[in-house]
Design a protein around this ligand. Structure first.
Ligand code: ZN
Length: 383
């Protein structure tokens, strides 16, 4: 049975009454049909509306032939009239995002001759794919023109022209349809085939912002936001820039230069710190104890790089070396190495005798132990 599509006569209907004409149980929902509906199905790149039919939650809407199927979470009585309501905030924002997309696509088409070859509406942004490449400067111009079209508050008209008249109309379309084509006309800006509900005037879109773009299949993919979603985005980003600018004591428009300065200062500090660690490790080499075939050193506050520096030095000068860093209260990290002994069996001994864990290659091992300095010295004596 044909469902009367209220969104084609008035895209602003958010509350309406309708009679259930069918209710079929499906695997995880009920397929409900109504005599008329303002719930838009998924189409034209726009997602299906959600909302309520009575107290049944509408999760999705699909077009099957002439009928619209509402996927609901509970059973409804056939023949009964119900109050229905759309999640209007979501629908309105989608119409804003969708309108922004039409305007940008129309401008790119008329100025640069590229076609919109893909359009996806996500929860709070849209992506639009174009058949040719554009630079950031060109996109800035597109964005400027798009917002001019918003300020002019152009009319957006949706209509079904006669098939015979369609031949002589130059409109954008991704499909080669000849019948039932619905045109969406934005004064002075765009003419495009589209089945989705639209706003009446461009002024309702409020703002159009092209956020990002990337090369995509020989053209580009734009990421954009329009309307209240763009305002939310601006608010979130403003908060972030405001906080960064306070943290860096920099003007909001100059935070990137301040971050660059901070980065180069960090790199300088890192280089100096690395050099300092190296020099501390160098000067500690004379504290390494060489006893028979074994060498060892117990230090504190050394990181792995510093310990390795000591271990490499000691390994060249003894058969077996042990470097420990830490203290009795928190335990010690260790690195041990040898050019002749199998260190993996030494690791087992350290871990057993000094209550540790760790391992590594046959020439070098590392790990952590829970033992005192006295126990470490005992262990080295037994080696
Ligand atoms: Zn559209």
């Amino acid at each position: 049975m044909l469902t009367e599509k209220l969104f084609y006569t008035d895209s602003y209907i958010s509350n309406f009454k309708a009679t259930v004409t069918g209710c079929v149980k499906a695997s995880d929902c009920y397929h409900i049909t109504l005599d008329k509906t303002a719930f838009f199905f998924e189409g034209g790149g726009q997602k299906a509306d959600t909302g309520l039919i009575g107290d049944a939650v509408v999760k999705d809407v699909r077009e099957v032939g002439e009928e619209l199927i509402h996927l609901c979470d509970r059973e409804l009585e056939v023949g009964k009239e119900y109050s229905c309501s759309l999640d209007w905030n979501t629908r309105f924002r989608r119409m804003q995002q969708h309108g922004g997309e039409h305007i940008v696509s129309g401008i790119v088409h008329s100025v640069y001759g590229y076609n919109n070859v893909g359009f996806h509406m996500e929860d709070d942004y849209v992506t639009v794919d174009f058949s040719g490449e554009l630079t950031r400067e060109q996109l800035d111009k597109v964005e400027e023109k798009a917002n001019e079209a918003v300020c002019k508050n152009y009319a957006i008209k949706c209509y079904f022209p006669e098939s015979s008249a369609l031949e002589n109309i130059d409109y954008r379309s991704k499909l080669d349809l000849t019948e039932g084509v619905r045109l969406v006309e934005i004064e002075n800006t765009d003419l495009c085939a589209c089945c989705a509900p639209h706003l009446k005037n461009t002024g309702e879109i409020g703002v159009i912002k092209i956020l990002d773009f990337m090369r995509h299949r020989g053209g580009i993919r734009l990421v954009m936001k329009s309307g209240l979603d763009a305002v939310d985005d601006y608010r979130a980003k403003y908060k972030s820039v405001y906080e960064i600018s306070n943290l860096l004591s920099a003007k909001q428009t100059e935070v990137s230069a301040a971050v660059e300065r901070l980065q180069s200062e960090n790199e300088k500090i890192y280089r100096e710190f690395t050099d300092f660690k190296k020099s501390v490790a160098q000067s500690t080499k004379k504290s390494i104890v060489f006893k028979d075939r074994v060498s060892y050193c117990i230090v504190s506050g050394f990181d792995t790089d510093m310990m390795r520096e000591l271990a490499n030095f000691a390994m060249e000068r003894s058969e077996l070396c042990f470097i420990f860093s830490g203290d009795d209260s928190v335990g010690y990290s260790y690195i041990a190495g040898s050019n002749s002994a199998d260190m993996r069996s030494v690791a087992k001994e350290i871990n057993t005798m000094l209550n540790g864990r760790g391992g590594g290659r046959d020439t070098m091992i590392q790990g952590k132990i829970s033992a005192t300095e006295e126990e470490i010295l005992d262990f080295i004596d037994k080696m």
